[in-house]
Design a protein around this ligand. Structure first.
Ligand code: GLP
Length: 242
């Protein structure tokens, strides 16, 4: 895994946005795998800024997001559909027909996951997958477990994840959905490039486990050690335990 040291959050965001921009410029009809969570927000802001300057064109880009809460309406402010529109899609010239997320409104988990696998296959896989890290080393919503789940599946969120994400739900963990549909580990590993962003001390343990711990489903992100083209952009705090 290649590690790029950044000075601070703004620097992580700029460096990550540079890598994403390069992908779009080199392959205007690329497939970007996108992530939610707080960490990528700065990179999305930077992309919007460059788009507004005329430096980027999203018209040929297809996106597939990592995950979506099960049971939240799309227009709920904390659905990942809303998140992505608020932070990126509403501000650039992406074709709405090329935006893809798992359908969290479909209560039939098997059908929703099969449909999402089909979408990912039909667009030809992912050129560049952006990832944040959960404090427990999760990627997408692939939570620590006994085995790596391969393709899109329905997960029960762990207490640690519900705790970490309640800040988006007025700090009330009762409002956090208990389940999500997430892209699987095989799909993420089949992305031609992977870009991980991590910021701050709260991620230091996860970064250490992902970069230098044993490759184990107990830390889903550790599988990235086996990816042939994975780059981590992180600040000194996130890298402090390495
Ligand atoms: C959620 C998302 C993950 C994300 C993680 C970390 O659980 N499903 O994709 O990486 O949050 O989020 P943050 O960047 O806010 O720490």
């Amino acid at each position: 895994m290649k590690i790029i040291r950044a000075n601070d959050y703004a620097d992580i965001s700029r460096k990550a946005a540079n890598i994403l921009s390069a992908q779009i410029i080199l392959k205007p009809d690329c497939v970007l795998g996108l992530a939610t969570g707080g960490t990528p927000v700065g990179a999305y802001q930077q992309l919007v800024e460059w788009y507004n300057k005329g430096d980027l064109d999203f018209s040929g880009v297809t996106t597939v997001n990592l995950d979506e809460y099960r049971g939240l309406p799309k227009d709920h402010p904390e659905s990942y559909w809303s998140f992505m529109h608020r932070h990126l899609f509403d501000h650039v010239n992406i074709n709405p027909a090329r935006i893809n997320l798992p359908d969290g409104t479909n209560p039939d988990a098997d059908a929703a996951c099969a449909q999402y696998n089909q979408i990912i296959h039909s667009v030809g896989g992912i050129d560049l997958q952006l990832l944040g890290l959960g404090p427990n080393g999760h990627i997408g919503f692939n939570e620590p477990g006994k085995a790596f789940e391969l393709e899109t599946h329905c997960v029960d969120l762990t207490e640690a994840t519900i705790e970490a994400n309640k800040r988006f739900f007025d700090g009330n963990e009762d409002l956090v959905p208990r389940q999500a549909y997430t892209m699987g580990i095989k799909t993420i590993m089949q992305a031609r490039k992977v870009l991980v962003v991590a910021n701050g001390l709260a991620k230091a343990k996860a970064v250490k486990a992902v970069v230098s711990g044993p490759v184990t489903p107990e830390c889903p992100g550790s599988i990235l050690q086996l990816h042939p083209d994975c780059t981590l952009v992180a600040d000194e705090e996130a890298l402090s335990l390495l």
